[in-house]
Design a protein around this ligand. Sequence first.
Ligand code: CAA
Length: 284
Amino acid sequence: MSLQNITVIGAGTMGNGIAHVFAQHGFRVILVDVNATQLEKAVQTIDKNLERQVSKGALTAEQKQQALANLSTETDLTKGAGGADLVVEAATENIDLKLKIFSQLDGIAPAGAILASNTSSISITRIAAATKRPGLVIGMHFMNPVPVMKLVEIINGYATQAEVTEKIVALSQQLGKMPCVVNDYPGFIANRILMPMINEAICSLYEGVAGVEAIDTVMKLGMAHPMGPLQLADFIGLDVCLSILNVLHNGFGNPKYAPCPLLVNMVTAGKLGVKSGEGFYTYT
Ligand code: CAA
């Protein structure tokens, strides 16, 4: 079965970016969210980001219009996923919510449809176990900002069928992305390596080794990272960083993944980075 009808669940930053790239590459996309206002905002964001690509000469105005024509929205999961060849779930990073969504999707999506999750750290094997089709469940982890970042980290759950992985690899290439296939262990690869670096940067600040600007400048100019680790943590969301570090810490039982107390304090105080207006930097 070719994958042509794509349903994306969740109209937040990741969901709108994922819907954007599928629509841009000629797929029929239904973006589903329970919140109609969030869906409206997502379509406006996609329009704005497509326009950014037009102004850079990466897309023509006609290609932008075609991408928008490929996209529709839906608040009802049954209507949104009933005809899907592939569902990509990008809902809030909450295990109970994801298990509920996958259990519902299993009853709604056509029998052969592939169910993918954009989770950054929740076990694909556990998500798959909420369905009666664990062989058709896989991780499809996009990076933010999705239209720009080339990687799709593809995560094989314990039961994921080899032909499902092959299809998702080929599909990611059709989106102009570079797929990397990994196995289902805490943090997969991206966050198993990224989060300890961010945590170490926060601990360096906490211990007074250097200030925010110095830490970020060392990594930007010394290691050619586009953003320093503290700016990147603000961009990802400090609550998300904390939750992924907890997954690593609990999953491996190794103290090297213990979140820095400063990170825990900042999240407790509601300093979550860009989305709350303040993290290591302030945002207006
Ligand atoms: N849609 C379309 N295009 C976009 C865009 C979007 N949402 N955001 C940026 N762009 C484009 C810009 O138009 C620009 O295009 P050109 O190169 O053609 O000019 C290009 O991307 C760069 O953007 P800017 O000039 O505005 O800004 P910048 O040079 O500072 O780059 C950045 C911004 C791409 C975000 C860069 O800072 C960067 O790469 N940062 C690191 C991002 C990163 O590490 N992401 C992964 C986070 S981890 C994650 O997502 C997973 C997880 O599980 C936590």
